[in-house]
Design a protein around this ligand. Structure first.
Ligand SMILES: Nc1ncnc2c1ncn2[C@@H]1O[C@H](COP(=O)(O)OP(=O)(O)O)[C@@H](O)[C@H]1O
Ligand SMILES: [Mg+2]
Length: 384
């Protein structure tokens, strides 16, 4: 799939913008603080209805305005799909094919994106929340069922945590209602864990191949899903449900004491191992980078496997950060397959030969101008 057109109204520092993109590599070129990341963010938001860098939708609205709009046209094998999102104080509205969607989980998945920014090293180095968010965002895009389970789980989790806190102040504790909530939570928690395991197994397969290639087969990347559920119980949904229920029962006193739910997918983690050792604690900077890159590139293949279409790749200030070998690997992996957006302040750190016929946009103070120079023009290729 590719994003053919993007339109913005009062989004961040763009009063209005209307852009037509190339199917290959699109380079967004400009000084700092001009609006390059804002453009990538707009594409990310159009895909997922939420930003990767703020939890508050209102940050997306231009400071001088009350409502922001992001719309675009996605071209897929099955046809062209117009998408539209509006953000206002009343909340957000999502339209697919001009039809308003009652649930955001029905909207997400129309446009698939993978974002790779320098802070993505945090997938490897950061706190467990980063990796849980990673799993939830990526698997949610590929699978509406995953998003549904997740939103049910979150609602129940809030309810259960509130009830655990209430019980702290009660003399006579109604543990029956708690066990009802526990059973419901266990059921959705087990669905999420089972889906994560299935997706991780596929992702690991792709990431392993890529990591092996980048490291010239010197390193083997493996994943380990870290959970309180015992390994031999991570088999199917009913078994995991029973295991979670047993864990709630076992830790009931502790949960009542702390007033919060201590077991479940919201507490799990994902460990990346290189040659059997956790790369977060034992890996070199280089191994951590290779791991992050392999996982990101593997997502491209996984998304193709799951949805039948290649996603759109967003590379924010990341290309010039990679050494030549890793740049080459990345650009070869996406060539002729994946529509890619690259932001950069300069083309100098980038191996130009690998970027075939890029469409170049100049970004300055919330305006974007496409490069008029035709890439087939012999005068243009003299630059490199
Ligand atoms: N809601 C907003 N309204 C207006 N301007 C904004 C808003 N949010 C961020 N900005 C401006 O956008 C600019 C940052 O854009 P960004 O895309 O992050 O820059 P870069 O080109 O370095 O990636 C800053 O000048 C910031 O003040
Ligand atoms: Mg930026």
């Amino acid at each position: 799939m590719y994003l053919q057109e993007l339109q913005l109204q009062q989004f961040r520092n763009y009063p209005t913008a209307k852009l037509t993109f190339g199917q290959g590599i699109n380079v967004l070129l400009g000084e700092n603080a001009q609006g390059k990341t804002n453009l990538l963010e707009a594409i990310y938001v159009l895909a997922l209805t939420r930003s990767h860098r703020t939890a508050n939708d209102h940050d997306l609205v231009n400071w001088q305005a009350k409502t922001a709009k992001v719309s675009g046209r996605v071209v897929k094998a099955a046809g062209t799909v117009p998408l539209e999102l509006t953000f206002s104080r009343q909340g957000k509205r999502a339209r697919v094919n001009h039809l308003e969607q009652a649930r955001l989980s029905q909207y997400v998945g129309q446009l698939n994106v993978i974002l790779f920014a320098p802070e993505d090293l945090a997938i490897v180095k950061g706190a467990p929340t980063v990796r849980r968010r990673f799993m939830d965002m990526e698997f949610g895009q590929m699978n509406p069922r995953y998003l549904y389970n997740l939103s049910q789980y979150r609602t129940l989790l809030k309810q259960r945590n509130r009830y655990l806190k209430d019980l702290q102040h009660k003399q006579n504790k109604d543990l029956l209602f708690l066990s009802v909530l526990s059973d419901q939570l266990a059921a959705f928690g087990a669905e999420i864990i089972a889906q994560r395991l299935a997706m991780l197994q596929k992702l690991e397969h792709w990431a392993q191949a890529i990591h092996g290639e980048i490291s010239q087969q010197r390193e083997e990347l493996t994943f380990h899903y870290a959970t309180q559920v015992a390994d031999d119980q991570l088999t199917d949904v009913p078994t995991i449900t029973a295991a979670l229920s047993a864990l709630y029962a076992k830790q009931q006193d502790k949960e009542l004491y702390q007033g919060t739910t201590l077991v479940g997918p919201h507490r799990d983690d994902l460990h990346f191992q290189v040659n059997g050792k956790n790369v977060q604690t034992f890996g070199s900077q280089g191994q951590q980078r290779t791991t992050a890159l392999s996982v990101k590139l593997a997502e491209i293949d996984l998304m193709k496997e799951e949805t039948g279409e290649y996603p759109v790749l967003l590379l924010d200030d990341v290309l010039s950060e990679l050494d030549d070998a890793r740049q080459t690997h990345l650009l070869t992996a996406i060539q002729d397959k994946v529509q890619t957006f690259i932001t950069t302040t300069s083309l100098s750190g980038i191996t130009r030969q690998l970027i075939k016929d890029p469409t170049i946009f100049h970004v300055a103070e919330g305006t974007v101008v496409a490069d008029a120079v035709d890439s087939d023009d012999p005068a243009a290729s003299k630059e490199d």
